[in-house]
Every structure is written in C-alpha cells, then in structure tokens.
Design a protein around this ligand. Structure first.
Ligand code: AMP
Length: 220
C-alpha cells in the first residue's frame, strides 16, 4: 500500500504500478468520489466531509475496504491507495490481511512546502480522472476531456487536508516503519524517478520476505 501526504503522488504512482503488474488499484478516494457522483447513500454521507477536507468515518471506510478485498481479482496482489489514513484503519487492515499475504508499505516522502504548490497546480480530467498539472494545458492527454480543479483542491481545503494528514495519517509512518516490508521513497523528484525508486523499493521488500508467499504489493 501507498502512504504519503495529499499531493505526494500516491495516485499517479499507484496507477502506474498496478498497470505494470496487472493488478487492481484500490483507491478509497476514487470509490468515494464515484459514490458522490452517483449520489448513493455512501456518497451522500461522505460528501460534506470530503468537501471540508476531513476524514470519512473509520468504520465506514474499513467496511468498504473489507468488502473490496474479498473479491477474487485481489488474489494476485493489489495496490491500496489512500487507505489506511488512521491508526484505527491500519489496525483493521492488519486483521483484514490475515490470510491474504504480506503487506508492503511504501511511504512517498515530500517536504511540506512542496505539497501546497503541487496541489494548487494539480488538475484532474473531468472525464477519466487522470491527474495532471495546470502546466499541461486544458485537455486530458489520455481522453481529451476537460481538465478541472478537484473540488477539494481549493486553498482552504488543501490547508485542512494537510493538517488532517499531519495529525491523523503521518503517525502511520511510525506504525509501519519498524516492519521489514516498510520502505520510504523520495517523492520530491520527477514522477518517472519516483516510479523507478518505488519499483526497486517493492522488489527489495519482496526479497526481505522470507516466505516467498506474497500476494499483496504496494504502489504509491
Ligand atoms: P484522496 O483522493 O485519497 O485524496 O481522498 C479524497 C478524500 O476522500 C479525502 O480527503 C477524505 O475526505 C476521503 N477519504 C479517502 N480515503 C479515506 C480514508 N481511508 N479514510 C477517511 N477518509 C478518506
């Protein structure tokens, strides 16, 4: 799974890693955004919290991930992006992973001052969700859709998301860092270089596992 602050590049790296290994990417942010768009009960419950930059209720998030991880497509591994975000979620994930294989955790580390600027420049495709930068023009390179500002990338919400990250999610680095399958990569470089470092990190973590029976992999 991928750890990192908002704007660290988790989603971008998770997509690429999942594609490379042919495994599903499970992003709780994407699941929630789809639910908001479809106006399901989950979406209606989560919308106000997401718009304010807060965290959706732990038990709800744990139930979503628990349900997702019983599907057969995760058998050969998966990339988890955006979950866990609290120690309560991390504890639940350890329990959910019992029998599913080892959890590899990659933290994408980016200095705080770089994150605000990145998030201000971030744009997403309104059609396919591809993440890009305001510097890349007005249309998506993948599908031609219009690029838009994510509704929670406005300055005040970004500030709140970074505060929530520091308070609730950053402690997960301590939670995981003593594990032999924990790796940190330098997120303050080009997406291509982060991707290369991340692949090496995952390969190193896989080697560190003595059983050789790993079914879960990490992206960023
Ligand atoms: P993301 O796309 O990962 O930045 O997630 C967007 C928003 O969805 C977050 O700011 C939260 O409001 C919510 N969210 C996503 N994943 C979680 C989670 N694991 N726990 C709580 N809230 C979440």
């Amino acid at each position: 799974m991928v750890l990192g602050a908002p704007g660290a590049g988790k989603g971008t790296q998770a997509v690429q890693f999942a594609q490379k290994y042919g495994i599903p990417k499970i992003s709780t942010g994407d699941i929630l955004r789809e639910a908001v768009q479809a106006e399901t009960e989950l979406g209606n419950r989560a919308k106000a919290t997401m718009d304010a930059g807060g965290l959706v209720d732990d038990q709800l998030m744990i139930a979503i991930v628990r349900e997702r991880l019983v599907r057969h497509d995760v058998a050969a591994g998966f990339v988890l992006d955006g979950f866990p975000r609290t120690v309560t979620q991390a504890t639940a994930l350890d329990e959910i992973m019992t029998g599913l294989g080892a959890l590899i955790v990659v933290d994408i580390a980016v200095p705080d001052d770089a994150l605000v600027g990145r998030l201000a420049r971030r744009r997403v495709c309104g059609e396919c969700g591809h993440a890009t930068s305001v510097d890349d023009g007005a249309h998506c390179v993948r599908c031609g859709g219009e690029l838009v500002l994510r509704s929670d990338d406005t300055e005040s919400v970004v500030r709140e998301r970074l505060r929530v990250y520091a308070e609730a999610t950053k402690p997960l680095v301590d939670y995981y860092s003593s594990r032999p399958t924990f790796r940190a990569v330098n997120g303050a470089q080009s997406p291509e270089d982060v991707g290369s470092e991340l692949l090496l990190a995952v390969e190193g973590a896989l080697r560190a596992l003595s059983t050789g029976n790993v079914v879960e992999e990490a992206g960023a």
